[in-house]
Ligand binder design. Structure first.
Ligand SMILES: C[S@@+](CC[C@H](N)C(=O)[O-])C[C@H]1O[C@@H](n2cnc3c(N)ncnc32)[C@H](O)[C@@H]1O
Length: 256
């Protein structure tokens, strides 16, 4: 059976999403069919050494979100297996990203070495690290610098396109999502809007780890077609409802 028709869900024009494993989904897409790859994959930070890692709610959430939001997949890898996993999905995604297209992959401080290695092993051009500053709202630790940032390893698939001429700030300050959260580690839609605005107007955007669909919400609000998948059925349903409701809304805030 053709894997595309099996897993592709055409909820609306400009929106191609599936409840699927990232590798299966990526293999179903046409070569060079997107202009931007923006992903917030499972970080697996702390890997298999932390006993709490199978319950992502215990790792990432306060008690309220832990009770109401489903745990997500992919958080039990150690550094080596995460490197292998990241290289394999990035290699598959590189086939789908057009020559000169942009990528931006989120990670935390602990996984930064793994992710910067992975993009290079996968054959992408690593061009920099941008910073999402989550502000002082992030939990403080005595005797430590506050871990208030996440990092975006970014670059292009080969040389950037000759016409690419946007200049964007390298750091974006925006507090974490706290109200009406849809996912345990949901990104603010404004952060995704900042990232994908490096691509050309109208460029199709891909996120193979879409969670609640924040990348898709930012893409649709800015007039960019979106391709995304999510492995956990319960989380996929949340993204599908959110993104279907976003169709035709042109304000990033309206899709938050
Ligand atoms: C860090 S979360 C993304 C959150 C998202 N940025 C948001 O704002 O909601 C990563 C997501 O990738 C999903 N995931 C993990 N492994 C996967 C795989 N192999 N294929 C597809 N999705 C996967 C997890 O279930 C999780 O929902």
């Amino acid at each position: 059976m053709n894997p595309i028709s099996k897993i592709k869900s055409e909820a609306a024009p400009g929106l191609t999403i599936a409840q699927a494993d990232a590798l299966t989904f990526l293999d179903s897409l046409s070569p060079a069919s997107v202009g931007g790859l923006f992903a917030d994959p499972p970080y697996s930070s702390g890997g298999s050494q932390r006993t709490i890692t199978t319950q992502t709610g215990r790792k990432y959430c306060g008690s309220l979100s832990r009770k109401t939001l489903p745990d997500f997949a992919g958080e039990t890898m150690d550094q080596r297996s995460n490197l292998r996993f990241t290289v394999s999905w990035l290699s598959a995604a590189r086939r789908v990203l057009e020559p000169g297209g942009y990528f931006g992959i989120f990670c935390d401080w602990r996984q930064l070495p793994v992710f910067t290695d992975a993009v290079q092993i996968a054959g992408l051009h690593w061009k920099g690290i941008s910073v999402w500053d989550k502000t002082e709202g992030v939990r403080p630790q005595k005797g430590a610098f506050r871990h208030q940032c996440e990092y975006i390893v970014w670059g292009t698939n080969g040389q950037k396109k000759p016409g690419a001429n946007r200049i964007l700030p390298g750091c974006f300050r925006k507090s974490n999502v706290t109200r009406n959260k849809l996912h345990q580690t949901q990104k603010p839609v404004e952060v995704m809007d900042w990232l994908l605005s490096i691509t050309e107007d109208g460029a199709p955007v891909l996120d193979p780890f879409m969670g609640s669909g924040t990348t898709g919400a930012a893409a649709l609000a800015s007039g960019r077609p979106f391709f995304g998948c999510e492995l956990v059925p319960e989380i996929y349903k949340v993204a599908e409802a959110r993104l279907t409701a976003c169709i035709g809304r042109s304000q990033v805030q309206a899709c938050a």
